[in-house]
Design a protein around this ligand. Structure first.
Ligand code: CP
Length: 314
């Protein structure tokens, strides 16, 4: 199957076959990253601009490294010293970046829909690196890639996403991917952050932590996103932690081989205790590492790379 998309905006719009294709290409690139020479010439001569208008550590650095491993030139846009501080619009900023010769833009923005908007204006590929509370497609791809590495097929696997679902683009992208992979997904947290309406996405909703975690094979913690909340969704952080924080006792309710995930940044002692974040069952740093190969796959495919050139024919 060939890859026919120029942009990567959401996981909602991708088919199961497309998700699997990205994972297959990422698996091939992960082998490249294990070699002594970790670089291939696939995007030599191309320039990728990382247009991050919201803070990031993992995503921006992983996109930087992914582009460099593919031999592209990379420019990281510095929002604080840019003309956006003088009121320049997103459209003008992006059109100027394209006029300077960028071959691809990776955008993070606090406004949902910004990547889709740019993809309709520009003649170059646009990749969504997180747009408001909407989607974070490469995070959903790297998370499901990491789960498949540990568990094999995700069909019927019990996955719990715990915490601030309402404001989480990570949750939304993971839900779209996990449902297509056939996982049995439960969203858990206070009813203010995990509304019943989310069942329409094909998942279970629970406000009872013990029954949600019972025998789950994956638990993914999410950070409380104060920056996106306009009202108080629970009385205090201490009360959130006492009811929904993952500690050693509660981790004991999970399946014995369960893995613990978190997209970062972690609020240690709030949504997860440090000994679990750093413990044997944690795959949090594997998620970060896998983010490079997964983003290499996304850049490569959206730049017109042929999947069969890096993966064995099926
Ligand atoms: N997971 C994630 O998006 O982290 P950053 O905000 O550091 O990129």
């Amino acid at each position: 199957m060939s890859w026919n998309r120029r942009h990567l905006i959401t996981l909602e719009e991708l088919s199961l076959a497309e998700l699997e294709q990205i994972h297959n290409v990422a698996a091939a690139f992960k082998k490249v990253l294990g070699r002594s020479v970790k670089k291939i010439p696939a995007l030599r001569g191309k320039t990728i601009v990382n247009l991050f208008l919201e803070p990031s550590t993992r995503t921006r650095m992983a996109f930087d490294m992914a582009a460099k491993r593919l031999s592209a030139d990379v420019i990281s846009f510095d929002a604080a010293s840019s003309s956006t501080t003088k009121g320049e619009t997103l459209r003008d900023t992006a059109e100027n970046i394209a006029a300077l010769g960028a071959d691809m833009i990776v955008i993070r923005h606090n406004c949902a829909g910004s990547p889709l908007y740019l993809s309709r204006i520009l003649n170059i590929p646009v990749i969504n690196a997180g747009d408001g509370s909407h989607e974070h497609p490469t995070q959903g791809l790297l998370d499901t890639f990491t789960m498949k590495e540990r568990l094999g097929s995700l069909r019927g696997r019990r996955v719990v996403i715990l915490g601030d679902i309402l404001f989480s683009r990570v949750a939304r992208s993971n839900i779209h991917a996990l449902v297509k992979f056939g996982a049995d997904v439960t969203l858990c947290g206070p009813s203010t952050l995990v509304p019943e309406s989310l069942r329409s996405l094909g998942v279970n909703v629970s406000h009872d932590l013990r029954s949600a975690l019972a025998d789950a094979e994956v638990v993914m913690l999410l950070r409380i996103q104060h920056e996106r909340q306009t009202a108080s969704m629970f009385p205090s952080l201490g009360e959130y932690t006492s009811m929904f924080g993952l500690n050693r006792t509660r981790a004991g309710w999970l399946h014995p081989n369960a893995i613990i995930m978190h997209p970062g940044p972690i609020n240690r002692g709030v949504e997860i205790d440090s000994d679990l974040a750093d413990g044997d069952r944690s795959v949090i740093l594997d998620q970060v590492t896998n983010g490079i190969a997964v983003r290499m796959a996304c850049l490569y495919l959206c730049a017109g790379g042929r999947p069969e050139s890096v993966t064995p024919a099926n």
